[in-house]
Design a protein around this ligand. Structure first.
Ligand code: SF4
Ligand code: SF4
Length: 200
């Protein structure tokens, strides 16, 4: 996991859309939000979950691996960039390759759109826009030590299983310690908590 990263805590999300609005203001994609708010059991529950790019580390960025136009750059510090507007052909290969449902295609512009961890800010030590405005801390930007200092005993996961494939990510989820065998909202089974394999 990256030193400083986004920690997503679905249990704190109140669905207020502040993150979505803040993301729209970002200089690199003005007017478009790269964060998506999912309602996990719509009609039955008010539960909501912000979805950002998980910045897959191992395997590195499946979206970039399948891009036929080499439009998706992975920086040396592990940040998976949004598609280069001069290269992307809007083919949606990245959409199909992403296990987390992150990239979207702007059909009009024939261009992939996805979160780039506010690289124009995080490269200079600033928090991403979404984490800056989140009123409940459902989006926390910092190190795991900073998170745990603020929220003693919090458990995080950065490894997810899809069938026979494990994906380790640069962005992490906060998970309930006593429910590690349950799917995280969004449908991702947790297999590793704070670096410890919890499968039975
Ligand atoms: S939509 Fe763009 S970024 Fe995605 S795979 Fe196709 S060319 Fe690459
Ligand atoms: S979460 Fe999806 S869009 Fe983000 S790096 Fe992984 S495969 Fe690419």
């Amino acid at each position: 996991m990256m030193g400083r990263t986004i920690f997503i805590d679905p249990g704190r999300c109140i669905g207020c859309q502040a993150c979505v609005s803040a993301c729209r203001e970002c200089d690199s994609h003005r007017g478009k939000s790269m964060i998506h708010l999912d309602y996990t059991d719509e009609g039955q529950s008010v539960a909501s979950l912000p979805t950002v790019c998980m910045h897959c580390e191992d395997p590195v960025a499946p979206c970039a691996e399948v891009c036929p136009a080499d439009a998706i750059l992975v920086t040396a510090d592990g940040v998976v960039q949004q598609a280069d507007t001069t290269r992307c052909i809007g083919c949606a290969n990245c959409v199909n390759a992403c296990p987390f449902g992150v990239p979207k295609i702007d059909l009009g512009a024939k261009l992939q759109m996805k979160c780039n961890l506010c690289y124009d800010r995080t490269a200079y030590g600033l928090a991403p826009m979404c984490a800056t405005v989140c009123p409940t801390g459902a989006l926390f930007y910092g190190t795991v030590e900073e998170l745990q200092a603020e929220r003693p005993g919090v458990q995080v996961a950065d490894t997810f299983v899809f069938g026979s494939t494990e994906v380790r990510t640069g962005v992490a989820m906060v998970v309930p310690a006593d429910k590690v065998q349950w799917p995280v909202p969004g449908g991702l089974p947790v297999v590793e908590i704070n670096g410890k394999d919890v499968r039975r």
